[in-house]
Design a protein around this ligand. Structure first.
Ligand SMILES: Cc1ncc(COP(=O)(O)O)c(C=O)c1O
Length: 461
């Protein structure tokens, strides 16, 4: 390899799709090419991506929420660059690093006093695995209650709490004792908890797959039920945490709520280095690490590494200094309000929902308009869940806005702008949405032709 890394990389330009097809995931390459998302982006900065022809795109996918600070944030980069100039004694293992201590101090500054301990790991799913083990250890119970449509990651434990058969099927038996309840249903929750088998109730205050938000009062009541039946309340803020919803943690929208365990990841990385953190009460941690002998009974090799900790520390400073929580609240609220207004004119939109800069649009069969009902039925007979592509594809091809349908067999498109996003960029998005939603109502028309063709092709894939 050349010492000039970019010159070396340049020699391989244009091979990305072939390499992925040969060595990584050919089905993914096929999907990208089928919907025309094989753009080969060459640059990312802030809320934008650029392709090789210099076209600028607004990124509302943000690497599934990782680029909450925007891409390549200069303040985070500056810290990481400084870090790399020193021969630091990274990951000594038989010592305590100052950096991870500082990240823990800064993270817990934004939670209540009782949530003062932090366990560091490398991803969102690992935070959930940790929460499951901590809960089981602290309660001596096996069971876990989770919600319909939940998404907590795809390793075996977190997959056991996935509210969609699509992700679980064909992977065999998962963790025993996991029980699903409908989202926002307190009666069902009480029934599940009253058996006193559940170590934890795990919930996303804003669901990543559906953008459903917990109803006002729900989390506080769920917390009371958890206390009543001896279950720990685990809040998964991997996606909605660290300011995205307009509060440092989404559960803080409801002041009476104080979970037992809070999981964060994604935004904490600054988009640079994978990281996850589990914030919890001392009494829970102390059940796990209750002697010198057991002081690393739950651990990982790369957790607390200097690069991840520096990225986390810099990211937390940026969120504070640049007032990104406030920006998410203001820009998010205005955008959701305007998207609701625009959507009122489109009979396919069943709901616009979310909080702050985590929001989605849900589509359903129109209640009126015979022609559009027929069009919907025809498309769904061919292929369920393709309708969203009628929005996502023109958003990218015509308006240069990157989005994605939120999940398989659900008609939701989720938007995750960076928390740095401006009102102007959200207007770019809102104007585009107005046009795209209008086009969905032109049947027969070009948008329907595209998506019908796609539905036919995906059947044959
Ligand atoms: C709410 C939630 N929990 C957990 C995870 C899993 O995180 P990771 O992909 O980093 O393992 C995700 C990922 O999207 C998520 O949205």
């Amino acid at each position: 390899m050349h010492t000039d890394f970019f010159a070396w990389l340049e020699q391989h330009k244009g091979r990305e799709y072939d390499l992925h097809n040969d060595h990584i995931n050919p089905a993914f390459v096929k999907m990208l090419k089928t919907i025309g998302f094989d753009k080969g982006y060459v640059r990312g900065e802030g809320a934008y991506l650029w392709d090789a022809d210099g076209n600028k795109y607004l990124d509302l996918l943000t690497g599934w929420g990782v680029f909450a600070l925007g891409r390549n944030h200069p303040k985070v980069r500056a810290i990481l660059q400084q870090l790399l100039t020193r021969d630091l004694p990274n990951l000594v293992r038989m010592d305590c690093s100052l950096l991870s201590g500082l990240v823990a101090e800064m993270l817990t500054k934004h939670t209540s006093e009782n949530l003062s301990r932090v366990y560091f790991c490398n991803s969102g799913t690992e935070t959930i695995e940790t929460a499951l083990k901590f809960s089981r250890c602290a309660t001596g119970r096996q069971g876990v209650v989770y919600c319909d449509h939940a998404f907590h990651g795809l390793t075996t434990g977190s997959l056991s709490l996935n509210g969609s058969d699509f992700f679980r099927s064909r992977f065999g038996d998962l963790m025993p004792g996991a029980q699903m309840v409908p989202f926002n249903d307190l009666e069902a929750l009480e029934k599940a908890l009253s058996t006193k088998q559940a170590a934890a109730f795990v919930i996303e205050p804003v669901q990543g797959k559906t953008c459903e938000v917990v109803a006002d009062g729900y989390l506080a009541e769920a917390q009371s039920l958890c206390r009543k039946y001896g279950t720990l309340l685990v809040v998964d803020e991997v996606q909605c945490g660290l300011g995205r919803t307009g509060k440092w943690f989404a559960y803080q929208h409801w002041p009476e709520v104080e979970p037992d365990i809070v999981c964060v990841a994604k935004a904490l990385s600054g988009g640079y280095v994978p990281v996850g953190a589990v914030i919890t009460r001392p009494r829970i941690m102390d059940c796990v690490f209750d002697s010198m002998e057991r002081c690393v009974v739950h651990s990982n090799t790369f957790g607390q590494n200097d690069m991840a900790m520096a990225a986390a520390l810099a990211s937390l400073y940026v969120i504070e200094e640049d007032k990104l929580v406030e920006n998410a609240a203001i820009v998010g609220e205005r955008t959701i309000k305007r998207l609701r207004e625009i959507s009122r004119g489109c009979p396919f939109v069943s709901e616009v929902r979310g909080k702050g800069l985590m929001f989605g649009i849900d589509f359903a069969r129109p209640k009126e308009n015979f022609k559009l009902k027929m069009a919907w039925d025809m498309l769904h007979k061919l292929n369920f869940g393709v309708f969203g592509q009628m929005v996502v594809i023109p958003l990218l091809q015509k308006h240069r806005i990157l989005t994605q349908v939120a999940g398989f067999h659900i008609e939701v498109i989720k938007f995750l702008p960076p928390m740095t996003v401006s009102q102007e960029d959200m207007d770019w998005f809102l104007n585009a949405m107005e046009e795209v939603l209008t086009d969905t109502q032109r049947f027969p028309g070009a948008a329907w032709d595209t998506v019908t063709g796609l539905a036919k092709r995906t059947i044959r894939m």
